[in-house]
Design a protein around this ligand. Sequence first.
Ligand code: C2E
Ligand code: CA
Ligand code: CA
Ligand code: CA
Length: 277
Amino acid sequence: KAKSTRSGHHVYQSDDDSHGDVRLRTLQELRSAIGDDELELHYQPKVDLASGNVQGVEVLVRWNHPTRGLLLPEHFLELVEEAGLMHALTQIVLTKALDQAVLWRAQGELLTIAVNLSASSLVDRDLPDRIGAMIGSRGLPASVLTLEVTEEFLLNDRERARDILTRLRALGVRIAVDDFGTGYSSLAYLRDLPIDELKLDQSFVFPMIDDERAATLVSSAIALAHSLGLQMVAEGVENSVAYDELVRFGCDSAQGYLVSRPVPAEELNVWLADRKV
Ligand code: C2E
Ligand code: CA
Ligand code: CA
Ligand code: CA
C-alpha cells in the first residue's frame, strides 16, 4: 500500500514490512547526516617497518549518529551505496582528509593520507580532475594522497580502471590495492595496471603467528610485490610476534591495533607527541 512520508513522497511497502520502515528511516537519516556533517574521520597510523617511523595514516569513516552513537562502516556503507550517496560520501571524506593533511603539515607532520575508494565512486570520470583540483587548491603535493582501491574494481572493468588509475597517477597520487589476496584468483592485473602498493589483507596476517604455511604465504606475497616493484603494507598487525615476522620478511609497512586503533585526529596528535618522547 502507499504510505506518505513526512516529506510527502509516496513509498510502497507491504503491511508486514517493518524492516522496510527501519531502512527507510535510516536512509532519511543518512541523507541528513551527509548534509548535517555527522560523518567523522578516524585515522589509523601506518608504520614504516625498517625505521619504525609513522609514515602516514589511513582514513576510516564513521557516522556519528544522533541517537545510535558512533557507527562503523559495516553498519552504513552498504546503504550509502544503495542510496546512490557514495559520491557524496567520497567527496566529504576527501575534503575533510585533505583539510586535515593541511593542518598536519602546518604542525610539521608530513603524514601521507590514504583514502578508501569504493568501485562505485571510481565510475565517476571527473574524479581525477576533481582530486587534482582539491589537492592543488590546498597547496599540497599530490604524493600526500594514496587511494586504496579494491581488486573488484580492478577486475570488473579493466579498461576503465586503467584509464582512471593512469590519470590519477599522472597527478602524482599513489594507488594501493586494498584487501590484497581476498578478491579474485587472477593476478593478471598486477602486470599491467598502474599501481604502487599492495595491502595484504588481515586474514593472511592473523594466522601467520601460529601457522607456518600462512607465514610462508605472507613472505611469498611480499616477495611477489617486491619483484614487481610494489610496496607491501600488512594490515591487521595485532601483536609483536606478527610485527617482528613482517620485519624479518622485509615487509615495507604495517597497520594494526598493535600500533594503534583508528582514532580521531586530536587523539592521533596526542599519540604522535607521546611517541616522540
Ligand atoms: P579496510 O579498508 O580494509 O580497513 C581496515 C579495517 O580493519 C578497518 O575497519 C580498521 O579499523 C580495521 N583494523 C585495523 N587494524 C586492525 C587490527 O589490527 N585488527 C582488526 N581486527 N581490525 C583492524 P573499519 O574502520 O570498520 O572499516 C571497514 C571497511 O569500511 C574498510 O576496510 C573499508 O573497506 C571501508 N571504509 C572505511 N572508510 C571508508 C571510506 O571513507 N570510504 C569507503 N568507500 N570505504 C570505507
Ligand atoms: Ca583500506
Ligand atoms: Ca583492507
Ligand atoms: Ca577489508
